[in-house]
Design a protein around this ligand. Sequence first.
Ligand SMILES: *Cc1c(COP(=O)(O)O)cnc(C)c1O
Length: 220
Amino acid sequence: MNIQENLKTIKSSIPEHVTLVAVSKTKPVSDLMEAYTAGQRIFGENKIQEMAEKFQEMPKDIKWHMIGHVQRNKVKYMAEFVNLIHGVDSFKLLNEINKQAKKHDRVIDCLFQIKIAEEDSKFGMSKDDAVALLKSETFKELENVNVVGLMGMATFTEDMALVEKEFNYLKSTFNELQTCHAKLKIISMGMSGDYQLAIDCGSNMVRVGSSIFGSRNYIN
Ligand SMILES: *Cc1c(COP(=O)(O)O)cnc(C)c1O
């Protein structure tokens, strides 16, 4: 596995308007540093503690994205430094992020995770939940969070027609929600196996792990 070469290949295969998040969960700092040396500055992790440890050890111009499911009681461990939280799926969580961001005098960018897969195992809110939240008075009072886009995870399947259908659904949801929340600009969808398809369906942020760092030793 040559991390620098993998990065170069992926970079050259995605258009310029698409942001590449290098998903480095479970990988050692030495691997991340290889990507950093090759110019990568955005890293995605799915466990808050692991991300906080890597943040401590690594250069401070890195943008850390939390891409996993977030437990409310752990938000405080990343509020000081996290750049973007992809998996916001409830008002309660958004409210906690707002509270912790305030303590650090920050405004934290967030994405709403929309449930686009049929699978019950996937987190996320429905389109209707998202609309209701964006239109609510309580939402407008949150001054330390900035909802800048949507994130979705497609069903884990070989059936690319299904994945495409789910990506298209996220894109159309994005278009709809933009009419009541003009700040939406990021569509985070696509991983190693399907990022090209995701981009074709309108993604402008892809989260790629194993195609950069190699397969992981355990399922996350
Ligand atoms: C692990 C993970 C990825 C990256 O998966 P790969 O298939 O290794 O590219 C993307 N998004 C989320 C939310 C993840 O947990």
